[in-house]
Design a protein around this ligand. Structure first.
Ligand SMILES: *Cc1c(COP(=O)(O)O)cnc(C)c1O
Length: 367
């Protein structure tokens, strides 16, 4: 079986370092907000080029705490993509605000700045831009709009650690950014985790308070907060994986190049495009085809795993029926939800395995 991601293989490749790091945590006796968490926050802030990094329990909480720390809630609107994982919108609803969707760009699959501008009202407070599948969104245009209307820009960078736009890494492109360390993300741990990066010191202070029950001084509370922290054990594992992330992202990019070289002339497959001025890290490698189901069946028959990201757009989710969107509102996002499928992509995928995937993908031509 060739898997979409192979976590066992990935963690086996760093098992010795992780065992050593876990032992250090056990011996330290500090399991919550200990030295590994501090080290991880410092290293990530430095690498991304921001003042602060605040770790939390998961990527969804990173979004929720950021929105909460900005004071966004009931009566407010936040614009985001309808073509993303549910959490991008769920976080907006969780703080009591209203998610407002805007259609995406057919080339990058990221939110289309022109569509954002059409959705702005007097209630709009922020834009959550998702760097979908690992490719940064069109940040220059989005930042220009945010300046014009006085909106916060929050990057949902959960799928894009290490991707870059012009000279900057994601996480340093808006007012604040949220990352997830869920195991399948390109920088992941063996459980849940997340982090927020920002150069806004006041925002960072509020998020630090929020993640520990709204307190900075034990048993004195000045905010209603959360219990949302990254465990010391996960920070230890993430420090190991952080030291490998550039190599792993490089491997993803190399595999993406190989897919392109071998598949670019197949008329039934439309490959992911890398827009200019940015570096895609291929968290997922999604191909567009009119014959999606047929190709996925063929891959499955050859013991090759595939996935659909995302089969249902967020504006059409049942839970959001109260927002009164209908089919046809976002034609580009809807069309992609019917045509995109992901093929195996992870840093430990071998060229021999990839060649097998490629040969099945090309079979259509032979028939
Ligand atoms: C994974 C993901 C999240 C949520 O992260 P969790 O750590 O699973 O809570 C949010 N947004 C996007 C785009 C994601 O891919």
């Amino acid at each position: 079986m060739i898997n979409l991601v192979d976590l066992r293989r990935q963690f086996q490749s760093v098992k010795n370092e992780i065992m050593y790091a876990i032992n250090e945590v056990i011996d330290s006796g500090q399991y919550i907000l200990g030295p590994k968490v501090m080290e991880l926050e410092k290293k990530i802030a430095k690498r991304i080029g921001v003042q602060e990094a605040i770790s939390v329990a998961n990527g969804t909480d990173a979004l929720v705490l950021t929105l909460d720390a900005y004071g966004i809630g009931k009566g407010d609107e936040v614009i985001t993509s309808p073509f993303t994982f549910f959490a991008s919108a769920e976080a907006i609803s969780r703080v009591g605000a209203k998610p407002v969707f805007a259609d995406i760009d057919p080339v990058t699959y990221n939110i289309d700045p022109k569509e954002i501008e059409k959705k702005i009202t007097s209630a709009t407070k922020a834009i959550i831009t998702v760097h979908i599948f690992g490719q940064p969104a069109e940040m220059d245009d989005i930042l220009e709009i945010s300046k014009k209307y006085g909106l916060y820009v929050i990057e949902d960078a959960c799928q894009a650690f290490g991707a870059s736009y012009k000279d900057l890494e994601v996480g340093n492109l808006g007012d604040a950014a949220c990352f997830s360390f869920f195991p399948t993300k390109n920088l992941g741990t063996m459980g849940d985790g997340g982090i927020i990066t920002t150069s806004d010191k006041d925002l960072a202070t509020r998020i630090r308070k929020l993640r520990t029950h709204g307190t900075t001084r034990k048993y004195y509370h000045d905010l209603i907060g959360y219990n949302s922290r990254l465990d010391e054990l996960h920070a230890a594992i993430l420090l190991v994986n952080l030291s490998k992330i550039d190599e792993w992202n490089g491997q993803r990019r190399k595999l993406a190049d190989r897919y392109r070289t071998h598949l670019k002339d197949a008329p039934h497959l439309q490959l992911p495009m890398e827009a200019s001025n940015r570096s895609h890290i291929y968290h997922l490698y999604c191909i567009h085809s009119e014959n999606r189901d047929e190709i996925m069946d063929r891959l499955e028959a050859a013991d090759i795993q595939t996935g659909v990201y995302y089969p249902q757009c967020l504006h059409l989710q049942e839970v959001y029926s109260f927002l009164n969107y209908k089919k046809g509102d976002f034609p580009i996002a809807e069309s992609l939800s019917e045509r995109l499928f992901a093929v195996p992509m992870h840093p430990l995928l071998t060229e021999i395995e990839q060649d097998e995937v490629i040969s099945v993908l090309l079979q259509k031509e032979v028939d």
